[in-house]
Design a protein. Structure first.
Length: 289
């Protein structure tokens, strides 16, 4: 029996966050990993970094490679500088987004631009289809002012980063996974409803406050991440306090995944080739970093 397209998407699973470190000792909470891919396709990884202590992030992410997918960084507080071997330079401030298509290969570094104070953001890995994994790399650095904010009835405000809402289109260029990336702020008692194509994967990332998800009003608390059901409208309400959450959705690719560290391909042979290429200096042009 196929899912009812008129249904409300209910909360299917809370994705637990686990504290870990990456880069040069940056402390973060990792939610998705590629082990979740069967449920989260096309999303491979989701990290949240949130600290006011410079020692938790000062080392940043020294030069490292990626191949086969896209990395998406949304910064809520603090500053991060980006440099890569394709000659791209970026300086992310609060509310800005970086959408980096690693494809056949990028080596980049990400460096916090502060000694102390709140650094808060999210990094998402979005898979690429086999046909684009070895395509040309690309980079989009999106200043906060370029992200449209839609005002909806009831005091709801939505920043449209990728995809479309209420006739407003986010600045992220069209991608093969047709991503939707919204930052939604609900006033107390407010409500948000949005149709996402049937079969697309939907993640809710609770940024602040508590949300009530679906017809069953399942509670999603601050810093929790949830996977929703496969069909119908995304419906989220706020309780007596305001709530803020990210809606991240995309078209599943349904292709095999082979993963090793910063490389995500379709077969083990392609992973071995990525490692060979990186070690032989063929993956990148580090002299341009
Ligand atoms: Fe990276």
């Amino acid at each position: 029996m196929s899912p009812d397209p008129t249904a409300t998407r209910e909360l299917v699973q809370i994705v637990p966050g686990r504290p870990t470190q990456d880069g040069a000792g940056v402390k973060l909470d990792r939610y998705l990993t590629p082990r979740w891919y069967a449920s989260a396709d096309p999303f491979l990884l989701l990290d949240r970094f949130h600290s006011e202590r410079g020692e938790d992030y000062a080392g940043g992410f020294p030069p490292h490679p990626h191949r086969g997918f896209e990395t998406v960084t949304y910064l809520l507080a603090g500053r991060m500088r980006h440099g890569d071997d394709q000659g791209n330079r970026g300086d992310l401030g609060p509310g800005s987004v970086q959408w980096m298509t690693a494809a056949r290969g990028i080596v980049h570094e990400e460096t916090p631009q502060q000694q102390d104070g709140l650094l808060w953001g999210y990094q998402l890995w979005v898979n690429l289809p086999a046909s684009e994994k070895m395509g040309p790399p690309a980079y989009q650095d999106i200043d906060a002012a370029r992200i449209p904010e839609v005002q909806l009835p009831g005091g709801t405000r939505v920043r449209v980063i990728a995809g479309e809402l209420d006739g407003r289109r986010g600045p992220v260029r069209p991608r093969p996974t047709e991503p939707l990336y919204l930052d939604v702020q609900l006033a107390p008692g407010g409500r948000f409803s949005h149709r996402v194509p049937q079969g697309h994967t939907v993640l809710l990332v609770q940024v602040e406050g508590e949300s009530l998800v679906g017809a069953k009003a399942a509670a999603l608390r601050a810093h929790q991440v949830a996977l929703l059901g496969p069909a119908g409208d995304v419906v989220v309400g706020a309780g007596p306090a305001q709530a803020r959450f990210l809606v991240i959705a995309g078209r599943p690719l349904r292709e095999p995944v082979a993963h090793h560290g910063p490389f995500v391909m379709n077969t083990d042979a392609e992973i071995a080739a990525a490692i060979d290429d990186y070690q032989a200096g063929r993956l990148s042009r580090p002299e341009r970093l």
